[in-house]
Write a protein that binds this ligand. Sequence first.
Ligand SMILES: [Zn+2]
Length: 275
Amino acid sequence: MITRFAPTPSGFLHRGNAVNALLVSWLATAARGTVALRIDDMDVPRLRAAYVDDVFAVLAWLDIDWQVGPRDRTDLETQWSSRLRLGRYRTALDHAVSAGLPVYACTCSRSQQRGPATGGCAGGCRARGVRHEPGRTALRVALPVDTVVTVGDRSVRPADRLGDFVIWRRDDLPAYQLTSVVDDHDLAVTDVVRGIDLLDSTAAQLFLAPFLGAGTFAAARFWHHGLVVEADGTKLSKSQQSSGDPLPRTEDERRTIHRLAATVGAPLGIGTTSD
Ligand SMILES: [Zn+2]
């Protein structure tokens, strides 16, 4: 059994990330499995060294260990960086297109890309048949609107919320949905523990997996846990905290994170085996 903690260092880790890391650790401990640390550092403009260091500091503070992956920022940059794997992602994209993944080039700007996703992009690029120009156009997946993906005991229609999601970015870098599948596949991950807010992404990734030749990912188990919310019931998000401070590494905060992890882990049968 191999599971992973996969933070994106575009902000300091928040409670939700820390809870997820604990659940990953507890699941692996119970199954005598392996934890991989996979840091997605592809998004260079939002990356900061302090955010990367924070990942290692929080894991050490929570006594979470991992057997695969970088041990510190230097190790990440020299051995494990997503940017060292660009060739791998390009090969995966070529493989997917050769295998029949329906894609089209999209000229929409980043702000247009955030528009409502109802079977296409804001600019209607799917119908326009634009030629793909790396660095100028993104590549989107022409996701059939009636696509239904089985995720555990759920049936998910990824087109409803994600629409024609981007697989290769306008700045000529691989998009999250592609790197996530390829990385998990290459690490031979068997169990993915993530928040329920990523259910649509899981469905999109399972749709992609056969085209990417990611059979291991297609066969993985998915543990979607409830979201950690603020005391007033609003969702925590990394962007909320990105201008703020790192988690206070106090004993009180550690206890809170353990309590929250036990709460969201219980419905999945994931719990601590100690204290
Ligand atoms: Zn477009």
